[in-house]
Design a binder for this molecule. Sequence first.
Ligand code: PNS
Length: 161
Amino acid sequence: MEKIAIYPGSFDPITNGHEDIIRRGASLFPKIVVAVLENTRKETLFSSAERIEIIREIFKDRPGIEVKAFQGLLVEFARKQGARILIRGLRAVSDFEYEFQMALMNRNLEAEVETLFMMPSAKYAFLSSSLVKEVFRLGGSVEGLVPPFVEARLREKYRRQ
Ligand code: PNS
């Protein structure tokens, strides 16, 4: 059976930390499905269609990396994709409690599903989509923190040169 891993998230927008985890995951699994949460409870800057389009553009030369929208339970989505592995990035201890709860809740819902935690490069350990948006909105530079395509899309959103 083909080993498929799911990498779920809001990706509003994708950062270099996410990209780093996806590339690390793709070196372990022949197929990674980047699962973009469609209707988050939080208001998003980019629509789900935009978030998906951006990630597809970044990985357009990587056939083993697919990008799909999902809504509802993550374990249901994984089942439909024929996947048992969920990848999550862990940056710091502060991520741990939430991730631990989610991993065990997902296992409670679907015993077959395993969550695999991966560490991004240390240079992205402080990075988050929400900080990127805040810094950009307040006029700071996000160079080196997000792919150049994301920076361009942020500029368009905020109508900045
Ligand atoms: O990038 P994020 O916002 O940290 O990703 C969170 C995500 C999308 C992985 C999480 O909210 C999720 O899995 N949502 C789907 C709903 C679900 O399955 N909930 C029960 C699992 S605890």
